[in-house]
Design a protein around this ligand. Structure first.
Ligand code: UD1
Length: 429
């Protein structure tokens, strides 16, 4: 297994290109199952999770062509997906266990084929993460749901799914995406109340509209869908990754550097920008993206993770690494996932002063972190250790980098181009 070695202490300076959003792409790709025509997605990031989703769609019979780069110099890859015929409606355990987002084929398969069998995702390093709300939404649309042999089996009634009122008791990104993809092909109107407002949900809704869906209230907590008998193909560009953007903004801040994030969008990350501004980091729009400058003092702040537009749980670990080096104390409260402080013991091994009390962590900033061998159990926890390593004195070795490869494209290259002393060591780890 590969490892990443960092010699810390270099302020980052330069430009980092931001890729297409992983979590948007993982919802946009299964949308191809809703039509027999071609869905052409550009600005697709090159990541292990995207390959896993492509493999899953391939099992369902989706034809795919990867066309390198889009015309006009836009970064990212272009993938054409054509589900002319769906040959198999089963999402097998070996793929679903690798990536929970596989559950996003459930809604479109039931809507288009009238049935689907998707393996239950099972446990996950950041909490139990049930899918009950996805299933309740499909039941509201008339699907019969059973669990058989570890698989969710969903069947639409004889006349197909029927529009309904879906009220989510709590905000769920994936649940909203599954409900939306099922509702666009249901008969009649659907209202999704307490819908997730994350930019990735908005991106999916806009792509569905480009495919012929009728959706009102996009970007609000109440989505109204008028079901269509069929959808058609479309060309759609994946929005830039706000979590990758936030991560590199923290990389600039934690090294007290100055970096331009090319193709980044400040309007997608207001809560993160506000948090960084509160601790003394300057963010500004440039003609190409966003500039992050932190050559002065970085102070502690209190944050709480919340559904969008609140502070994202996917930035919690990275902000904690920054707070570990800030002047003063900070309190970080995680309200979305239980058990999402797996990075804390590793940061502590690097000299951070952090204590966890239930869902809150108290972070007392230290003047210097020190490099250490570390390892993490999920994607954002792993990247928080990279960030800490960039700031630490001496050498940090991050093990189990396959987590990073799920969500960060060319991480060493992007950071190295701004002066970071970072390298990947291939092989055993
Ligand atoms: C998505 C993102 C993930 C991000 C999360 C929250 C993708 C591929 N992943 O995950 O990176 O951290 O949103 O912004 O887009 N819940 C239930 N029952 C359900 C569904 C969810 O209880 O049926 C709970 C979860 O356990 C969690 C909360 O709801 O506590 C939010 O989860 P959700 O928004 O569904 O996250 P994902 O869509 O899995």
């Amino acid at each position: 297994m590969d490892r990443i070695r960092i010699q810390g202490g270099v302020p980052l300076n330069g430009a980092i290109p931001i890729s297409g959003a992983k979590n948007a792409a993982l919802a946009l790709m299964p949308a191809c199952l809703l039509t027999g025509e071609t869905l052409r997605l550009s600005n697709l990031p090159h990541l292990a999770d995207i390959t896993t989703m492509a493999n899953l769609l391939g099992r369902h019979g989706v034809g795919m062509t990867l066309n390198g780069h889009a015309p006009g110099g836009q970064a990212g890859r272009v993938l054409e997906l054509t589900a002319a015929r769906i040959s198999d409606t089963t999402a097998p355990y070996d793929l679903v266990r690798k990536m929970r987002a596989s559950i996003l084929v459930l809604g479109p398969l039931v809507a288009r084929c009238g049935e689907a069998r998707v393996s239950l995702p099972g446990g996950c390093a950041i909490g139990t993460r049930p899918v009950d709300l996805h299933l309740k939404a499909l039941e509201a649309l008339g699907a019969a749901i059973a669990v058989e042999g570890g698989y969710i089996v969903a069947r639409a009634p004889a006349g197909g799914l029927k529009g309904a009122q879906i009220v989510f008791p709590s905000v769920t990104v994936g649940g909203t995406e599954n409900a939306l993809m099922a509702a666009v092909l249901a008969g009649g109107d659907t209202v999704i109340a307490n819908a997730a407002r994350e930019p990735e949900v908005v991106d999916l809704a806009r792509c569905l509209v480009a495919m012929g869906a009728e959706i009102d209230g996009i970007g609000s907590g109440s989505l109204r869908v008028r079901g269509q008998p069929s959808l058609h193909g479309a060309d759609y560009a994946v929005l830039p990754d706000r979590i990758e953007t936030g991560t590199y903004a923290v990389a600039a801040a934690i090294t007290r550097g100055d970096v331009e994030l090319v193709d980044a969008r400040l309007d997608l990350m207001e809560a993160v920008a506000r948090a960084l501004a509160d601790c003394g980091v300057r963010l500004s729009e440039t003609p190409r993206g966003v500039r992050v400058a932190a050559n002065g003092h970085v102070g502690g702040i209190d944050i709480m993770t919340e559904p969008y537009p609140g502070f994202p749980t996917d930035m919690q670990a990275q902000l904690m690494a920054l707070m570990a080096t800030a002047e003063g104390a900070s309190m970080i409260t995680e309200t979305i996932f239980e058990n999402r402080f797996m990075h804390v013991p590793e940061l502590v091994r690097m000299g951070a002063r952090i204590t966890v009390h239930g869902a809150s962590a108290i972070v007392r900033g230290v003047p210097h972190l020190s490099g250490a061998p570390v390892m993490a159990t999920d994607l954002r926890a792993s990247v928080s250790l990279i960030l800490a390593g960039l700031a630490a004195e001496g050498e940090t070795m991050v093990n189990r980098v396959y987590h990073l490869d799920r969500g960060y494209e060319r991480l060493e290259e992007k950071l190295g181009a701004c002066g970071a002393r970072i390298e990947r060591i291939k092989g055993e780890g």
